[in-house]
Write a protein that binds this ligand. Structure first.
Ligand code: C2E
Ligand code: MG
Ligand code: MG
Ligand code: MG
Length: 280
């Protein structure tokens, strides 16, 4: 009896693994087609100045809109693209979309910015830099309106990362370390790499107000970032209590569902216009 149940469970597991890998394989084929057909769109999640409540820009978050109307989340297709050498063309398409939309998104006379996410391969190759420079110049967009976000996974080769990030800053972009606290040897990167901002990962924000080992670390991350002169951005802020705590600790910026979900372009523009001087 137990043996039969065991065998049935194992068969189910094997079936599931086969089904999942088939789905990944077919998704991979479709992803290559999606790149050719330019099936990506960008949503913008507002970034809020915690001291004034003003919207100071947004993070650009890619979505894959399949011809059948289904929207695939980046959590699913970005890792697939990264593992299969397909991420650079996606990054380039995101940059193209953001640069094309930037003049509609932000008022040119303000210090607002849009932040774009980079993957390890982008940072290792640095190919996105000349591509982006040409687009920005043609569109007449100021480089300081485009920030770059890189996670620690992008720093596998720290020397190459330093070269790319240095070039990016020389071109006028600000660079943020993303998902901070989720990788390892993080403090070394903070010392060695040319950075302007640090984004505290949602997992640290989640534990604010909850007694745990993680919540005791959060204020120290904030203090270290500030003592290194970095702007601090908190991600995944969902509760007012978290925003109050972060503001009181001197965190400069935040994003999260408390303020807004990532929005399609037109909805972001309306949000930004409403809130570019602070809350109504
Ligand atoms: P990320 O860069 O850390 O982006 C923040 C993610 O947290 C976004 O998920 C955002 O929608 C979500 N988020 C923001 N506020 C809240 C909140 O209050 N609660 C919760 N539960 N979630 C919140 P999204 O859009 O699904 O993107 C996931 C990840 O995919 C991003 O994490 C980033 O690593 C990657 N990604 C997105 N767009 C791009 C891109 O254009 N290029 C690359 N290389 N990666 C991208
Ligand atoms: Mg990011
Ligand atoms: Mg992040
Ligand atoms: Mg994150």
């Amino acid at each position: 009896m137990f043996l039969a149940v065991g065998v049935a469970t194992s068969l189910l597991m094997v079936g599931l693994v086969v089904w999942l890998s088939r789905r990944r394989l077919s998704l991979l084929g479709e992803l290559a087609t999606a790149i050719r057909r330019r099936e990506f769109i960008v949503h913008y999640q507002p970034i809020i100045d915690l001291q004034t409540g003003a919207c100071v820009g947004a993070e650009a978050l890619v979505r894959w809109r399949r011809p059948n109307g289904e929207t695939v989340r980046p959590d699913i297709f970005i890792p697939l693209a990264e593992e299969n050498g397909l991420i650079e063309p996606i990054t380039h398409q995101v940059i193209e979309i953001v640069v094309a939309e930037l003049k509609d998104l932000l008022a040119a006379d303000r210090s607002a910015h849009i932040a774009v996410n980079l993957s390890a391969q982008d940072i290792q190759s640095g190919r996105f830099l000349p591509f982006m420079a040409t687009l920005l110049e043609a569109a007449g967009v100021r480089p300081d309106q485009l920030w770059l976000e890189a996670t620690e996974r992008g720093f596998i080769d720290a020397k190459l990362a330093r070269v790319t990030l240095e070039k990016a800053r020389q071109s006028g972009h600000a660079v943020a370390i993303d998902d901070f606290g989720t990788g390892y040897s993080s403090l070394q990167y903070l010392q060695d790499l040319p950075l302007d901002a640090l984004k505290i990962d949602k997992s640290f924000v989640d534990t604010i107000g909850i007694d745990s080992a993680t919540s005791t670390i959060t204020p120290h991350i904030i203090d270290i970032a500030k003592s290194l002169g970095l702007s601090v951005v908190a991600e995944g802020v969902e509760r007012q209590e978290q925003a109050d705590y972060l503001a009181q600790r001197g965190v400069h910026y935040a994003q999260g569902w408390l303020f807004s979900r990532p929005l399609p372009k037109a909805e972001f523009v309306a949000f930004y216009r409403r809130q570019s001087n602070g809350p109504i």
